[in-house]
Design a protein around this ligand. Structure first.
Ligand SMILES: Nc1ncnc2c1ncn2[C@@H]1O[C@H](COP(=O)(O)OP(=O)(O)OP(=O)(O)O)[C@@H](O)[C@H]1O
Ligand SMILES: [Mg+2]
Length: 247
């Protein structure tokens, strides 16, 4: 397995209840995982712990057998090789699309940076917007730039917190499909947080349902949310049964 998260517990300072209670799961390379749960259930806390913004009181996480944190180790956030896409995209307003993406590529040679910039712009279909500033882009376009910026340094994992919450519902539908394609084409292992079952259904390979800091279920969308998924399938099945029965 690619990522192993074991028994991670965490409480915010001065708060009695655990924000996360014994969170454990494994993730395969290239998998798209959705963490689904109501407000306050601990979804963002999982991402904050993985990215290194918080330190767990217990538990461990390894990425390709490299310890990211455990009882003895705490790798600094910038050394984890984890990309993050925030809810408000957090693009630098005074930088163009290209400059935003190049910002994280300071370790690469100049020629490599140019090639990588071209690749990720193509991946998110934003090549023709490279000279624009964030305020000259739609919400969906800004989101794609934020994803390109996070993907550009080739992180081993990308985390997305409620990536659709700032988009209107029509755009949400379009972006859902785009996001899955972008992540799958890039082959990047990803975890995205949402409170919307439809997001999880449309994008995830597997869904982790959490409530009050505890995992309730982990499974494929069709297994977990099957009750709503196959409404049309059920109708077709009912129809075929009626036809077969000659009713
Ligand atoms: N900085 C903080 N200090 C104290 N408690 C916090 C802090 N941040 C979050 N919490 C608490 O931890 C719990 C989990 O919060 P978290 O932000 O992970 O929830 P969430 O599932 O992301 O919710 P939402 O969908 O509203 O973003 C909540 O009960 C919340 O009140
Ligand atoms: Mg949150």
């Amino acid at each position: 397995m690619f990522i192993k998260i074991e028994n991670v517990c965490f409480s915010y300072p001065h708060i009695k209840e655990k924000a996360l209670d014994c969170f454990s799961m494994t993730i395969e390379k290239g998998e798209v995982i959705s963490i689904l749960g109501p407000s306050g259930s601990g979804k963002s806390t999982v991402l904050r712990l993985l990215s290194g913004l918080e330190m767990p009181s217990q538990g461990s996480c390894t990425i390709q057998d490299r310890v990211i944190f455990d009882q003895h180790t705490f790798v600094q956030p910038e050394k984890r090789g984890i990309g993050m896409v925030f809810q408000d995209y957090a693009l630098f307003p005074h930088m163009t699309v290209s400059e935003n993406i190049l910002f994280g590529l300071f370790n690469m040679k100049k020629s490599e940076r140019k090639t990588r910039l071209k690749e990720v712009l193509e991946l998110v279909e934003m090549t023709e917007y490279e000279k624009r500033y964030p305020h000259q882009l739609s919400g969906g376009q800004q989101q794609r730039v934020a994803i390109a910026r996070a993907i550009a340094p080739n992180p081993s994992l990308i985390l997305l917190d409620e990536p659709f919450s700032n988009l209107d519902s029509e755009l949400q539908l379009k972006i859902r499909k785009d996001l899955r394609n972008i992540l799958k084409n890039a082959g990047i292992t990803s975890i995205f947080v949402t409170h919307d079952e439809n997001d999880a259904l449309a994008i995830a390979d597997r869904i982790v349902q959490i409530r009050a800091g505890k995992i309730q279920n982990i499974g494929r969308p069709c297994d977990l949310l099957g009750a709503q998924l196959p409404k049309t399938t059920l109708l077709i099945e009912e129809e075929s049964e009626r036809i077969l029965a000659g009713v």
